[in-house]
Ligand binder design. Structure first.
Ligand SMILES: *Cc1c(COP(=O)(O)O)cnc(C)c1O
Length: 364
């Protein structure tokens, strides 16, 4: 059968391996598996979220409230924005997909960081748009600006903090950069891990309200999958000017968020104390990763997220290390696909982290 030609150069996205796969392939008991591959919150979601979802399970026969009233109210008051500034997606992934369809075509260029979230490229390829990358591993806004001038992209993605490296852009530098971009070029600020960066360093904190007050050509993306502990519920959002939000809504399928997911996210957004506590635990555990790296004489990139990137030495191969860990029930992310001899490890609970240190020390 013949398919759309655009599909020929799309590689299927390799998601973080699920626990079920490790159970099946290596016969390890689920309780012995440590999943540190997808940057989920190891403490899960707030107890009130679970209670609320349990209470409404019997509503599953009915279609969801497509106005998403409760969740929209929660997000508009959290971010001090209006409903016309907000779109909800099935994960912020889906908002990225809407953005690509709204702004790009087969002649478009999409400017992204050299190493960054893989979905930008995948959605660009759906459209047939061309990806342009900077050279540096960390976001270098001078390089972004030079490429903006020479390549004239339709969309620029800034991922801060960045996945899979964990570094973050200073808010002031970002504001100065966006001020130089013409208003027909859309700048996407992906803040999937912004809760962590804002907690660690105020200079890295980007306020979506400020962004959209200053600029009409910017969209900020957030998600419930990471700090809020709702990766399995698939809820994300975009915050932007009413003009942009209106166009994105034309692309949104009806009922794109399930009833249970809407309820979970609406309650989660009220549980900031729980989230802050998890973030605080994350950064105190991260210290042990820094100590581990020093002891093992490997480089660690300073992280503003809930994961660390360990850059291995020449005598260790990241694919082999990730594979050996997997066989023992520890799932981490091999970054060889990003051209790095590195592994990305989500900061887990103290017990999970200790197991990682023990086994990895033996392997290195
Ligand atoms: C996890 C992640 C997302 C989106 O995740 P969803 O689960 O689709 O909301 C977006 N951007 C980055 C950089 C991420 O790491």
């Amino acid at each position: 059968m013949k398919f759309n030609k655009k599909l020929e150069n799309i590689k299927i996205y390799e998601a973080g391996k699920p626990i079920e796969l490790v159970v099946r392939e290596f016969g390890i008991e689920p309780k012995d598996i440590v999943k540190l591959a997808s940057n989920e919150n190891p403490y899960g979601c707030a107890p009130k979220v679970k209670e609320a979802v349990t209470k409404i399970v019997s509503n599953m026969a009915l279609y969801p409230d497509d106005s998403m009233r409760k969740l929209k109210n929660g997000l508009t008051s959290r971010f001090e924005i209006k409903e016309e500034n907000l779109i909800i997606g099935s994960g912020s992934d889906q908002v990225i997909e809407f953005i690509m369809h709204a702004k790009a075509n087969a002649n478009s260029k999409i400017l992204i960081n050299s190493v960054t979230f893989a979905m930008y490229e995948i959605y660009a390829k759906h459209i047939g748009a061309k990806i342009v990358r900077t050279a540096s591993q960390e976001h270098n806004l001078n390089e972004f600006y030079e490429l903006y001038k020479s390549e004239k992209p339709d969309v620029i993605f800034l991922c801060t903090p960045n996945n899979p490296t964990g570094d973050a852009i200073d808010a002031l530098d970002m504001m100065n950069f966006i001020a130089k971009i013409d208003e027909n070029t859309l700048v996407v600020v992906d803040g999937a891990y912004m809760e962590y960066a804002a907690f660690k360093d105020k200079k890295k904190a980007i306020s979506p309200k400020e962004l959209i007050k200053k600029f009409s050509n910017v969209i900020y993306l957030g998600t419930f999958s990471k700090a809020y502990g709702l990766g399995g519920m698939r809820v994300g959002y975009g915050i932007s000017s009413p003009e942009i939000i209106k166009e994105l809504h034309k692309l949104r399928p009806p009922f794109n968020i399930t009833t249970l997911s809407l309820e979970a996210a609406s309650v989660a957004v009220e549980e900031q104390a729980f989230v802050n506590n998890c973030i605080s635990l994350c950064f105190s555990e991260m210290k042990h990763y820094e100590e581990f790296a020093t002891k093992q004489k490997i480089d660690i990139i300073e992280s503003y997220t809930n994961f660390v990137t360990l850059c291995l030495n020449k005598d260790n191969n990241s694919t082999q290390i990730a594979d050996a860990l997997l066989r023992q029930g520890i799932i981490v992310r091999d970054l060889s696909g990003y051209g790095m001899n590195a592994i990305r490890v989500t900061v887990g609970t103290p017990e999970q982290n200790s197991r990682f240190f023990e086994l990895t020390a033996e392997l290195l």
